[in-house]
Design a protein around this ligand. Structure first.
Ligand SMILES: Cc1ncc(COP(=O)(O)O)c(C=O)c1O
Length: 147
């Protein structure tokens, strides 16, 4: 019996880009022509559209995922002496954001099936200092179980 090895790409960014390449090129050209590299109409349009999509009044665009995680913790009032429950199986930015606000990351393992935080292990990680839960933001787009 022979075995065939098929490599399934984890993320096929090339085909994702191919589906939207015309719009992406046009949007980037517009930003370049306006020299609106840090803010401007494209950012305002994104902020308004995303706020409407989320059903909220305001949205603030930031320069990176790390900045977004950092700001989210600040907005939640997380600070020195606090603990934030998260997972080791994610990009280091989650732990960076927790340390930027002076808090301590408390790691809970992931579930093999979803590759996101294991809800059965969260309770034993909670202490009187726990202020937030930052589950993995997965590349696979799986959401963590909440039931
Ligand atoms: C899960 C996750 N969170 C946060 C980040 C940080 O994003 P950025 O590189 O835009 O700061 C990344 C980047 O790869 C990521 O994969």
């Amino acid at each position: 019996m022979s075995t065939t090895c098929v490599v399934v790409p984890f993320l096929d960014l090339k085909s994702q880009y191919a589906a939207i390449s015309h719009d992406v090129r046009q949007a980037m050209q517009d930003v370049i022509e306006r020299c609106a590299f840090a803010s401007g109409p494209a950012v305002e349009a994104f902020e308004g559209g995303f706020a409407r999509y989320c059903g909220v009044q305001h949205c603030a665009g930031v320069n990176s995922g790390t900045g977004a995680l950092h700001l989210a913790l600040l907005a939640c009032g997380v600070g020195p002496g606090d603990e934030v429950i998260t997972v080791p199986m994610t990009f280091i930015a989650t732990t960076w954001a927790i340390s930027y606000v002076g808090a301590r990351p408390v790691f809970v393992d992931i579930e093999p099936r979803t590759c996101t935080i294991d809800p059965n292990q969260i309770e034993r990680a909670i202490t009187s200092r726990t202020r937030a839960l930052a589950p993995r933001v997965p590349e696979s787009a799986n959401l963590c179980r909440t039931e």
